[in-house]
Design a protein around this ligand. Structure first.
Ligand SMILES: [Cu+2]
Length: 150
């Protein structure tokens, strides 16, 4: 009986901590680009990436083993927030490689961060959870030349 009780207490504490963490994620402060990311709530279920205020948000849905959409298009020079929503049954990630953003999140949760599309070109999105890339969980970012520049 005692064991059950302490298990329940642990679950309550864990739940409260999760809620606190989620709340912290939502109250994202506008930070200058390149500012240190907030890793100090130290858990494994979020990347600690930061969003910025006043830019376009792109939502990517992760399932087994695909992104929807699998291709996103940005304009050269554009800063965007990207939100990865995990509607799958296992943990998923989205690593944007040279674009310098890594998101990861547990099933039923989401993770957000910003990136700057500094240079036109094709970039890969890869799920870095073991085996997922091989299972086809990849996407791409198409950064187009800014309008009127050429
Ligand atoms: Cu994955």
């Amino acid at each position: 009986m005692r064991k059950v009780l302490s298990f329940v207490i642990v679950m309550i504490i864990f739940g409260a901590w999760q809620i606190g963490c989620a709340r912290q994620e939502q109250e994202v402060m506008p930070l200058p680009m390149g500012a240190e990311t907030n890793m100090d709530h130290g858990d494994e279920h979020k990347s600690g990436a930061e969003t910025v205020v006043g830019v376009r948000e792109i939502v990517i849905i992760a399932t087994e083993f695909a992104y929807e959409p699998s291709t996103i298009t940005l304009e050269e020079g554009e800063t965007v927030n990207i939100t990865l929503i995990n509607e799958g049954q296992v943990e998923h990630a989205a690593d944007f490689g040279d674009l310098g953003l890594h998101l990861h999140t547990q099933p039923g949760a989401k993770d957000s961060g910003s990136l700057v599309a500094e240079e036109a070109g094709e970039y890969e999105i890869i799920c870095t959870v073991a085996g997922h890339e091989d299972a086809g969980m990849v996407g791409s970012v198409d950064v187009e030349h800014a309008h009127g520049e050429y």
